[in-house]
Write a protein that binds this ligand. Sequence first.
Ligand code: ADP
Ligand code: MG
Length: 718
Amino acid sequence: NHDFDVISAARNWRVEASPAFLPNHVVDELFARDVLTLEGLKARLSKPVYKSLQATLERGETLDPGIADTVALAMKNWAMEKGATHYTHWFQPLTGATAEKHDSFVSPTGDGQAIATFSGKELIQAEPDASSFPSGGLRATFEARGYTAWDPSSPAFIMRHANGATLCIPTAFASWTGEALDNKTPLLRSTEALNKAVTPALRLFGASEGTRVGSTLGAEQEYFLIAEEYFYRRPDLVMTGRTLFGAQPPRGQELEDHYFGAIPDRVLSFMTDAEMQLYTLGIPVKTRHNEVAPGQFEIAPIFEQSNVAADHQQLIMQVLRNTARKYGLVALLHEKPFAGVNGSGKHCNWSMGTNAGENLLEPGDTPHENLQFLFFCSAVIKAVDEHQDLLRISVASASNDHRLGANEAPPAILSIFLGTELTDIFDRLASGEGGRGAEAGLLGLGSSVLPPLPRHAGDRNRTSPFAFTGNKFEFRAAGSSQSISMPITVLNTIVADAVSGLTSELEARLTRGQDLDSAVGELVKDTYARHKRIVFNGDGYSEEWHREAEHERGLLNLRTSLDAIEHLTDEKNARLFERFGVLSERELAARQEIMYDQYFKTVNIEGETTEYIAQTMILPAAAGYLGDLCAVKTLSRALDATAGEVAGLTDELYDALQVLRQQNSALGGDEMHEKAYHVRNHVLPAMIQVRQAADKLEEVVADKHWPLPTYRQMLFVK
Ligand code: ADP
Ligand code: MG
């Protein structure tokens, strides 16, 4: 009787192996096939032009407009050889998604013919209609123009679809007055801030061959797959990306049989297809596996330079979504598609590296290298402690609220897991046990006083939001659907701040005549002593930790996104972003406004979808079943009792629905933040009441009457 059919949900897929991806095609050949790499450009440009372009790419110099036409021509020819008919400036507006507007290479010549053109001007700059993207008030209505500008540090690539291909040019997006309207611009600025802050520190240590510093990032993406057949029967999934209704299935993840389990054939075929496409885009995907929840999976690439990693992360999401459809599946990237089942995150593995390939968070072999490592490591500790609020804000969204602090994801409280070995080393340094200066060797690190630094921290702590994992930090609070740009922008900026502070102190000590080793030793010791409250190696899910963190250590606990967003424009933060040239006060205020706006809209859509489903699908289902029960003059106590139960729950649903309806139409105020608080304080709780009644009904109403695919179907039929 359902509109949907479990059997067809399970069967509705064919292997669509594309000939290009047959197994005999070695990955080497595919990798970056659709990317215009530096090598590729070099082959198509004259030496002087290439040299000039290289200066832009490698030394961050501004692009010489004189070479733009030549570069554009080379790009166009390459793209057309690859079958591209169109090009697009590919950018990342503050919706968190990507945007593209395609233009054909074809230009009419006026005599009934057409030729393919693509000028330097078209490469460097374009003008999308900025009024259709969130600007947070940066764009006055009388000046709606915005422009996209080529980011030559992220390579152009070809996006293929069934009937053709498009040249995509990564770009930044700004208002006509130069204010950032996207996620890429602040990320690029923060990378430069990090470079400016860390390079001088590196020079003090003297050993590095690198001349530039940037951050590196590898993001692990979690997602769910469900049969397409179910997806389109669930208006909540279609409208909001998560289920707003659904009783718990008899079986959840308690059997622990899914994590790292054998990957079903259909899913593996999908994954392989997606990976092959990602390879052609030059995205180094490396691992895939089943995640903890039934129907949940993960894909992770090898780390790259942050700006490129952020672009690639967007492409990973896009390719996952598109490819799933070929297999009769839908990829759900929402942080919490199913209540009561693990949510999805996006772990951001972050480090700092030089252009000579050195990882500054890699403990070294020599005491000297270790000194440098401890310096940068303590800078990260200082940064996270001083800017807990910013890290929390960088992952704040209506959808991530369902995950953070829900005992299956890192808590909303920021802390750092260092692992026992590293903590021990810092503790010993702080207590003076490690000795310092000449008498104990270099901080004692070379002597037997301290154990050697762990090359690869073996211990794991999945409950920590920010963990040291051997040669990088893993920020685990980021949500599965979000752009990673904001978290990296924050990390780059706060670490730039901490490093530049510590570097000044170090320089002051050196000027006073202290030697490098003991100066760094004391600095690390003092820094750790000041910020060790942020270090916590225990269970981040536990009640005790929440108490201790808040009451004994004075750490921030910004429970919900709105509590966090409020602090974005705090004096401290405005000054920080301004000082490092990452975001002006106006840009910061605009971002805050957009965050409120997105929060409000997200919950508002959920509230209205809940109302609609309850009214037009669930109430009728309950009525239908009640009608069946009452249609027969019953002699059965069972039927009478069931009818009574259904009637009672139907009234409960109806009452809850009236409250929700009222809250949905109330506004809470004129200001965006007032509306956001209204939906959080009144709409969300009203939705929960409606859902509770509906979920109880799901457990009594005859299956044939139930209009929505259930958890037990969606999570288990593959
Ligand atoms: P683990 O098993 O400890 O999580 P992996 O080697 O699997 O470590 O790495 C997890 C992620 O961290 C991968 O995306 C990997 O590329 C990334 N990663 C490794 N080294 C770095 C680094 N120096 N900077 C940023 N990310 C890194
Ligand atoms: Mg990991």
